[in-house]
Design a protein around this ligand. Structure first.
Ligand SMILES: Nc1nc2c(c(=O)[nH]1)N[C@H]1C(S)=C(S)[C@@H](COP(=O)(O)O)O[C@H]1N2
Ligand SMILES: [Mo]
Length: 322
């Protein structure tokens, strides 16, 4: 076993580790306090209380062992066009989002449909920590310790019919909470943000619904209170702040494909051999490694998850189905 000596540990890692433990303690204390007194400005979701009672979350074996991107970068460098188009905008503007109370509608080709409080929806599932690479189509990447559960487990519970061939997801549409959906500093997208997966992709154990990161509830800018994370696809497939999950027969038209079909397809699997029309996808910049001399990283097929997911696309031309 490799044991890290203090001299091997970079100061950025120490800071984050400290932060991590402090958050855990904070959550535990808050959970204990919540029973007795009301904690202003902190509505602790039930799952967070439950997780604290169970002790630290189990780390999934599907996690990568790569160095984590710092909490500051994970929560300060974001794409969430509902709050502006600059990477710093979501952290600045997402305070207007109210992640509780929050409901999620389950619709379409399933035996059980309905609208559910997000904490009730999440409650039956065992949460775990999943450390995944996220690779944005803009050729940067991060390593993020998510808290979540497999999307497939939720899907099974609602019993899809034989006509359910795809799953469509929608983000909240509310100009008051999401000022970037307005005309003035809007991104010009057709709101609400929509994404979709083929049923077998959605059932794959790597696809998760996330409710937290870095041992805490999801910050608004990362898609509170519930978001998708599909680590083998470009980041834009991982839709944030979900209010609707719909089971459908036809392939959904996802937001970025609708916006620019020549640049963004339905599948959007990370593929170093298919360049974006305006830049190469062969390399990526790991956020936090932006020093003048830090080399770019080679982008891996399916973002490094090829062993697990390549079989889903056997026989498909992934240059046409980009
Ligand atoms: N609703 C919504 N979801 C979204 C986006 C968005 O603009 N709106 N951006 C996507 C893109 S392009 C990326 S790269 C990831 C970024 O996730 P992160 O900010 O948590 O790293 O969120 C995705 N999910
Ligand atoms: Mo992205």
């Amino acid at each position: 076993m490799l044991i890290k000596r203090p001299s091997d540990i970079r100061s950025s890692e120490i800071t984050d580790e400290k932060f991590y433990r402090a958050r855990r303690r904070f959550l535990r204390d808050a959970a204990l306090a919540a029973g007795a007194i009301a904690v202003p400005d902190l509505i602790l979701p039930q799952w967070a209380e439950a997780a604290q009672k169970l002790g630290p979350l189990k780390k999934s074996a599907l996690s990568t062992t790569e160095k984590l991107t710092t909490y500051a970068n994970v929560t300060g460098y974001n794409n969430f066009y509902e709050f502006g188009t600059d990477k710093g905008d979501p952290a600045k503007n997402a305070h207007t989002l109210k992640p509780r109370p929050w409901t999620v509608a389950i619709e379409g080709e399933v035996k059980k449909t309905g609208t559910f409080d997000v904490d009730e929806l999440v409650r039956p599932f065992a949460l775990e920590e999943r450390i995944y690479r996220l690779r944005c189509v803009e050729a940067w990447s991060m390593v993020i310790p998510w808290i979540g559960f497999p999307l497939g487990e939720l899907i099974k519970r609602f019993e899809p019919t034989s006509r359910a061939k795809y799953v469509e997801f929608q983000t909240l549409r509310d100009l008051k909470q999401m000022p970037g959906q307005g005309g003035l500093f809007g991104a010009g997208l057709d709101w609400p943000y929509v994404e979709g997966l083929r049923m077998d992709e959605a059932m794959h154990p790597l696809a998760i619904l996330a409710v937290g990161l870095y041992g805490d509830v999801l910050p608004n800018q990362n898609g509170a209170p519930l978001r998708l994370v599909v680590p083998w696809k470009y980041g834009f497939k991982s839709i944030k702040s979900i209010v609707k999950i719909r089971f459908v027969e036809k392939q959904p038209l996802n937001t970025w494909q609708k916006q620019a079909a020549r640049e963004y397809g339905f599948y959007s699997n990370v593929n170093p051999e298919v360049d974006h029309p305006r830049w190469t996808q062969a390399f990526e910049r790991r956020i936090g490694e932006d020093g003048l001399f830090s080399p770019k990283r080679k982008t891996l097929p399916f973002n490094g998850y090829a062993d697990q997911v390549a079989s889903l696309y056997a026989g498909m031309d992934l240059k046409k189905n980009y």
